[in-house]
Design a protein around this ligand. Sequence first.
Ligand SMILES: Cc1cc2nc3c(=O)[nH]c(=O)nc-3n(C[C@H](O)[C@H](O)[C@H](O)COP(=O)(O)O)c2cc1C
Length: 342
Amino acid sequence: MNNFWSDLASRGPISALAPMDGYTDSPYRQIVKSIAPETVVFSEFYSADGLVHSKELQRRALTHNPKEYPLIIQIFWKDPLIFAEAAKIIEGYGITGIDINMGCPAKKVVKSGHGSSLMINRDTAFKIVEEMAKAVKIPVSVKTRLGWEDHSLLIDFVKWLENAGASLISVHGRTYKQAFTGKADFTGIYSLKQNITIPVICNGDIESFDDGLSKIIHPEGQKNLDGFMIGRASFGNPWCFLPGNFEPTLGEILDIMWKHGELLWNCKERKGMMEARKHLVQYLHGFPGVKEYRNLLVHVESPEDINSILEKIKIEHTNLLNQKMSQNTTEIEKINWNCAID
Ligand SMILES: Cc1cc2nc3c(=O)[nH]c(=O)nc-3n(C[C@H](O)[C@H](O)[C@H](O)COP(=O)(O)O)c2cc1C
């Protein structure tokens, strides 16, 4: 089995950007890495079948900047041989590792036998991991949830995946049934860690690097988890991957907004500007008088538009440029994966 994940875990807790459809594209990952270079970044999920059959999707999904390493590409599907084919293509692009989605609760994904439904189709889940681990040299990992309705089957399921050749498991501390409701619960994840040898990463409602460090500690002094993954709290706040609850100044925020917009333009041109809108407004969470600028940001069509809004903010708030801004995440919590996909 590839030792990438266990070697990384032996050097200290793993801090990772969670895979998020519609968010964790190459520009987003580059922004996170430019601020917190130690972060392991996971891509949005891509259909394994799509990657096998579409050169255009391969180009779009797999083109990356080496600054993103270690870069993990996440894929979903249900046919083990298609997974193996896709894995070879991903490996050919020089990607660090491949993650299999066994946690997506979106109706159309589950109905087709992908995502979360693999938690209750263990034979298929096993074969997928086995075929992929045979097909490539890069590490194969799995991201899943606590279980379908509760976490009673988590340990058995993950042992099964470990035997098939998975070298890391990330667990979102909610069940399929919960989707995004309630609070993430890590009890089952701590028990899992005591029972398997591959590294375990926890995920769900983690707000920052320091919060992640506190969550990986076993409450009763048994083995700690190997790392944590942050998703929604990173929207407009890539600084959440820095230790010490880092608060950027307004000037730093504006610089990163420009860089993010520029990367999106370079990568996707006009389409990138449509996507830039949702990212840019999130950077101004903690900023007073944000409404006026939001209204402008949701209409940007070019890097010039972005530049003129950022210049306007600089001129109108020169006195705040060196002031630290707290990144409030209350609005972020409203966004969930079901609504993003369905
Ligand atoms: C908009 C959005 C898109 C997501 N897309 C994916 C995905 O492609 N693959 C995946 O495994 N999880 C996906 N998730 C789930 C996240 O990776 C993560 O498990 C979840 O958001 C809980 O972590 P958080 O509380 O830190 O956000 C997505 C979540 C959101 C909010």
